[in-house]
Ligand binder design. Structure first.
Ligand code: NAP
Length: 248
């Protein structure tokens, strides 16, 4: 059964990793996919082709999620190209890890702007459209680190914890208009990036997880599929942990 037939979805940061996984699974379920990237032009063009070949409408947009005006014009372009937006996935994110002692102001600000302010920018830009149509699902990518904290990631943890507060507040503000807003808190998800890490270290991380493996982009994408579709019609303001039991 196709869960998102004919729905228009916008995903930030889908040129790699988890975002790419979401785009593919959503297209497989019949969704038209608009997605953004920041610099990976080649992979974004390839993904656009791949999704189009799956029989849905797909388009890549170069857009900086941290920039308020760029988000406004992005949403205007997507509305023109796709004719509507039913689901927003705020997935774009970066890390700039360091101990607080060594963290620069620039690295703190960059992570807050790209990870957290981007969620404000995109939600604000899409809000009017969702309000008018009286339905919509917003999914924000938080992290286990936003719930638990992590040494060396004060900036990242603050941005991801901020996303949770933002998510719950939007759920309260927009619930009466049938607009749902939830967050996902992935644990350790294995992507090309983690493939470059030392295998022994990665194995020790896997061993510490109750399900004894790292997650895949598809694991996160399937949770997004649930929150985007009508299967979760009565779910809002929640943080769904996709972490193999890490926080249990
Ligand atoms: P990733 O592989 O590094 O991909 C990040 C994506 O975000 C890329 O498509 C990148 O575009 C895009 N991006 C970066 N800065 C942007 C900006 N300013 N504007 C628009 N797009 C931008 O990351 P990932 O591992 O898939 O993670 C995706 C999300 O899940 C992030 O929010 C991350 O914090 C969260 N998360 C990940 C894990 C994990 O273990 N991987 C765990 C918990 C939470 P370019 O390719 O053009 O740079």
């Amino acid at each position: 059964m196709k869960l998102l037939e004919g729905k228009n979805v916008i995903i930030t940061g889908a040129s790699r990793g988890i975002g790419t996984g979401i785009a593919k699974i959503f297209a497989n379920h019949g969704a038209n996919v608009a997605f953004t990237y920041s610099s990976s032009e080649g992979p974004a063009a390839e993904l656009e082709k791949e999704l189009t070949a799956m029989g849905v409408k797909a388009k890549a947009y170069k857009s900086n999620a941290a920039n308020f005006k760029e988000c406004e014009s992005l949403i205007a372009s997507v509305l023109e190209d796709f004719g509507g937006i039913d689901v927003l996935i705020n997935n774009a994110g970066i890390t700039k890890d360091n101990l607080l002692m060594r963290m620069s102001e620039e690295d703190f600000d960059a992570v807050i702007e790209i990870n957290l302010k981007s969620v404000f920018n995109m939600t604000k830009a899409v809000q009017r459209t969702l309000l008018k149509q009286r339905h919509g699902s917003i999914i924000n990518m938080s992290s286990v680190v936003g719930v638990k904290g992590n040494a060396g990631q004060t900036n990242y943890a603050a941005s991801k914890a901020g996303i949770i507060g933002f998510t719950k507040s939007v759920a309260l503000e927009l619930g009466s208009r049938n607009i749902r807003c939830n967050a996902i808190a992935p644990g350790f998800i294995e992507t090309e990036m983690t493939g470059k890490l030392d295998e022994k270290t990665v194995q020790s991380w896997r061993d510490a997880i109750p399900l004894k493996r790292g997650g895949s982009p598809e694991d996160v994408a399937n949770a997004c599929l649930f929150l985007a579709s009508d299967l979760s019609a009565y779910v809002t303001g929640q943080v769904l942990h996709v972490d193999g039991g890490m926080l249990t």
